[in-house]
Ligand binder design. Structure first.
Ligand code: ADP
Ligand code: MG
Length: 401
């Protein structure tokens, strides 16, 4: 297998401070990927941070009066699985299309591996896009679809066949080369679309809601597989999704979009556990925002905060806790939703605030329903309160499952 010439590094590498800031998520995958000839550079660089694979600097896009993207700046590191997460219409696709070169920014700069590509055509950029609708040629076989890019670039027939075989093996479709797209399931068509991007060995693959058309079970299976392929090849993935669970599952880091802007960037755990704004708290999980008034009564600090449902314990009897490290509030159970593994409760605690609590169904579910209308105590550790920054108090429920 011929190994792709690795890109020359522009500079000697990061300072030790830069290196320490970023822990490479795909070290093992990149190493294996390089051994297979697919790797892109992380291993060679010892996983140190160098120039970001993708940088957006103050990028905006206006369509007439519509501000689709509003001053977005972000950096995606080489080898990262990076998600753009947000509700419909928040500017994710437009950002991806500006990285691909299908849209030109109204303002700002797009860089790929440090080079300004803002004015470049899509074919001049070392990126490939996987679209949600797959965009396969229906009259061509799977092998011809996958080999289309190398064919256009003039690769010899033998070389093409070898690379098609490799790419199809990568997505576990080795035996399906002679089929037409119409003879494949949705999941298989999605794999063909991915193989068609992988065969070009771009340094960055852009994926726009690639699993959106699949049913839930297949989507979960493909999430695991996509992530594993990405680890194997070590290519940077920029992944658009409106599905918070998908973004949490798959990403090394994610950016939460709202109205064309980024509200927060970070690893999944950080974004979920420490949302900076009410919007992020509500979109990535359940918001449970406690207003400043109630916050003052509970904690002595008059700032709105959020607390995740799984951090709250629900007590049907017993006295309130007065321990200063614990928040305790009483309320009325106004809704009980049985969800199989767990039950979700809504408890009205006054001050126009309803908190959601989840409890694992350790007992028989019919007992849980009996709590409707009951007065209960909610308790959580004060350290679970996440104070929200001012300016963004807009709640969003769209990310809930
Ligand atoms: P997302 O992918 O997050 O759903 P988009 O980037 O597709 O969002 O769209 C962001 C906003 O820009 C939306 O309001 C959308 O209607 C608008 N928009 C996107 N593309 C165009 C276009 N070609 N012309 C006019 N408005 C557009
Ligand atoms: Mg979109």
């Amino acid at each position: 297998m011929s190994v792709r010439a690795l890109p020359r590094l522009r500079n000697a590498g990061p300072t030790s401070a830069q290196t320490a800031r970023y822990r490479c998520p795909t070290r093992k995958g990149a190493r294996e990927g390089n051994q297979r000839g697919w790797g892109i550079g992380l291993a060679r660089r010892g996983c140190r941070v160098t120039t970001p694979a993708v940088s957006l600097v103050g990028v905006s896009k206006h369509f007439g009066d519509v501000v689709a993207v509003d001053g977005v700046s972000l950096e995606v590191q080489d080898g990262e699985f990076f998600s753009l997460l947000g509700p419909s219409g928040s500017g994710k696709t437009t950002c991806l299309r500006m990285i691909a070169g299908f849209e030109e920014p109204t303002a700002g700069t797009v860089l790929l591996h440090g080079a300004d590509v803002t004015g470049q055509a899509p074919y001049q950029r070392d990126v490939n896009t996987v679209f949600q609708d797959y965009a396969l040629f229906p009259h061509m076989t799977v092998a011809e679809n996958v080999g289309y890019g190398p064919m256009v670039r003039g690769a010899a027939k033998d070389e093409r066949a070898r690379r098609v075989g490799e790419a199809l093996d990568m997505v576990h479709l080795g035996a399906m080369g002679d089929r037409k797209p119409g003879q494949l399931s949705g999941g298989q068509r999605q794999r063909v679309a991915l193989a068609r991007a992988l065969i070009n060995r771009p340094r960055v693959i852009l994926l726009d809601e690639p699993l959106g058309a699949l049913d839930l079970k297949l989507r979960h299976a493909m999430q695991i597989e996509l992530k594993s392929i990405q680890r194997d090849v070590g290519i940077t993935f920029v992944y658009v999704t409106h599905d918070q669970e998908e973004a949490l599952n798959m990403s090394d880091r994610l950016a939460v979009f709202n109205h064309g802007r980024i509200e927060q960037v970070g690893p999944p755990q950080e974004v979920y556990e420490t949302p900076h704004t009410a919007f992020v708290a509500g979109f990535v999980g359940v918001s449970n925002v406690v207003s400043a008034n109630l916050a003052e009564a509970l904690t002595g600090r008059a700032d709105a905060f959020t607390v995740r449902p799984e951090k709250i314990s629900l007590h049907v009897s017993g006295a309130p806790v007065t321990d200063p490290s614990t928040c305790d509030v009483s309320g009325t159970v106004v809704d009980v939703i049985y969800l199989g593994m767990f039950t979700r409760y809504a408890i009205e605690v006054g001050h126009d605030t309803t908190l959601e609590v989840v409890r694992q169904n350790l007992d028989a579910p019919h007992r849980e329903r009996g709590l409707l209308g009951a007065t209960v105590h909610l308790q959580w550790a004060r350290e679970s309160c996440r104070y929200l920054s001012e300016g963004s108090t807009e709640e969003h429920q769209g990310g809930k499952k």
